[in-house]
Design a protein around this ligand. Structure first.
Ligand code: PPS
Length: 288
């Protein structure tokens, strides 16, 4: 997995998208407001899906903003280069995205009442999604050797570091009332049920018709067809959609089309070893 990078507190970041200054600012100086909502994920785990859901919930299912504002401006990544100017203009409650691991997250968050929604996805499908993403996002050198890609992912050489450390870090907050976690696979299986649980966590009262609208406009099909949600507004020098789609397949279990039996067994062994101390079983372990 090749990209021009720098490491910060043991985590890999992409030059161009981040600088040591933006990461240090995000960690040490960024001001969290009590009514902020943070959409936190490891990359390729459903970040954009959650941006769509949370913004639709905020607007009680009204799709107007989703149809006119590109998705990356609706909930900017607060650690990324150039995002502060959009964040400064946001209405409250701000819905912000982040791929930061727990140990680099904004210090001011931990003294606030702000809420975090953490979405996780089967790491095997994260690997596949990221593998294809390297072909369209210019900061990457397109990946060709899948075996090496799996190895780099396991070694924490991916953008935002180790998936295992990310999940284990954030799961330290699993019993905190400001923290809610959900899996991509649960959303796939029951989007409406997921939306209702998220509303409850946020204290947002939507009626049945409003919930139906949130669901309708956050399906894979709706988002793929919406030019403001499918990343087609991004210049092709940054993301070249002639080489693949950002809204690629939107399914669980695509890893079975990519991993050999040997790769799958190898990954399972590493997964068991690295996750054993967490003592948690995730939804994808039952569903994939
Ligand atoms: S990123 O680049 O890290 O912000 O990517 P992220 O948004 O986290 O993940 C991209 C994958 O999520 C899929 N996606 C969806 N799946 C189902 N339903 C909806 N509505 C949806 N929106 C985005 C997207 O297709 C990527 O997964 P893959 O497996 O590549 O298709």
């Amino acid at each position: 997995m090749s990209f021009d990078h720098f490491d910060y507190k043991g985590v890999r970041f992409a030059k161009g998208a981040h600088t040591e200054e933006t990461i240090s600012h995000a960690e040490n100086e960024f001001e969290v407001f009590d009514d902020d909502i943070y959409n936190v994920t490891y990359p390729k785990s459903g970040t954009n899906w959650m941006i769509e859901i949370l913004n639709l919930i905020k607007h009680k299912g009204d799709v107007t903003k989703s149809n006119v504002i590109p998705i990356h401006f609706r909930s900017p990544w607060y650690e990324a280069v150039g995002c502060q100017e959009y964040i400064d203009k946001m209405d409250s409650p701000r819905i912000l995205s982040s791929h930061l691991p727990h140990h680099i997250f904004a210090k001011s968050y931990f003294k606030s009442k702000a809420k975090i929604i953490y979405t996780m996805r089967n790491p095997r499908d994260v690997i596949v999604s990221m593998f294809h993403f390297t072909k369209i996002l210019s900061l990457y050198t397109p990946a060709e050797n899948f075996q090496n890609f799996i190895e780099d992912f396991i070694q924490g050489k991916a953008l935002f570091g180790s998936w295992f450390d990310h999940v284990k870090g954030w799961m330290q907050m699993k019993d905190d009332e400001r923290f809610f976690f959900i899996t991509y696979e649960e959303l796939l299986q029951d989007l409406r049920g997921g939306v209702i649980r998220i509303c409850k966590f946020l204290g947002q009262e939507l009626d049945d018709a409003q919930i139906d609208l949130v669901v309708k406009h956050s399906t894979f099909k709706s988002m793929k067809e919406n030019p403001m949600s499918n990343w087609s507004q991004i210049p092709s020098e940054i993301m070249d959609l002639s080489k693949g789609a950002f809204m690629r397949k939107g399914i669980s279990g695509d890893w079975k089309n990519h991993f050999t039996v040997a790769q799958s067994e190898y990954f399972d062994k590493i997964y068991q070893e690295k996750m054993k101390d967490l003592n948690m079983s995730f939804f994808w372990e039952q569903s994939s």
